[in-house]
Design a protein around this ligand. Structure first.
Ligand SMILES: [Zn+2]
Length: 201
């Protein structure tokens, strides 16, 4: 049985032919290269083109990829945002000011943590995944942009109108936006997990 590797995401396919489309990242058949059984390395036909590009990889890119800076930086938003939503429940239902304040500072912290997430994500996509525009990456990038925009709106809103959560009709739209934020980081995180953990074969 032949083995084929997706050069975009690293997915391994076993069969006489490469699949028409990568089931993981959606890359076309041309992106697959055959893996030789003995040394498990990629057949020489495809690597020629990629070789010079890989030599150009900058120190910054190397630093990001080798130290897994994107998955690491992504844990601040992914860990804190669910907590923000939980804090907003008593804030919105019972006008609990201290919960509203805690949610606000958590959102502010996540906003500050966002630039490294976006930059390392972009670098990882450009280099490791060669900037491929399959459905998975388009969706992941869109989700990350929605998350950043929502986050910015929430922080600016509460800064401009400090009592939005406790003494205004804006509390429900604010809460709904926080759910949108949670959903978008959830989607971006889920797709990232799919990329990282599904090709361990
Ligand atoms: Zn793939």
């Amino acid at each position: 049985m032949k083995k084929w590797k997706c050069t975009v995401c690293g997915y391994i396919h076993e069969g006489e032919e490469a699949p028409e489309k990568c089931p993981l990242c959606g890359a076309a058949r041309e992106k697959f290269v055959e893996i030789r059984e003995k040394d498990d390395s990629v057949a020489p036909t495809s690597t020629k083109e990629e070789q010079p590009r890989e030599n150009e990889v900058s120190k910054m890119t190397q630093l990001v990829l080798e130290n897994f800076l994107h998955p690491i930086s992504v844990h601040s938003p992914n860990g804190i945002i669910p907590m923000v939503v939980l804090l907003l429940v008593p804030a919105v239902l019972f006008s609990a000011d201290s919960f509203a304040t805690a949610a606000y500072y958590s959102l502010l912290f996540v906003l500050l943590a966002m630039p490294p997430v976006m930059i390392t994500g972009y670098i990882t996509w450009r280099s490791k995944y060669k900037g491929t525009k399959t459905a998975l990456f388009t969706m992941k990038i869109a989700a990350a942009c929605v998350a950043s925009a929502t986050l910015l709106v929430l922080v600016v809103w509460k800064t401009v109108q400090p009592d939005v959560l406790t003494a205004s009709a804006g509390r429900w739209p604010f809460f709904l936006l926080s759910l949108l934020l949670l959903a978008s980081v959830g989607i971006a995180g889920h797709l990232g997990g799919k990329l990282v953990f599904s090709n361990t074969k």
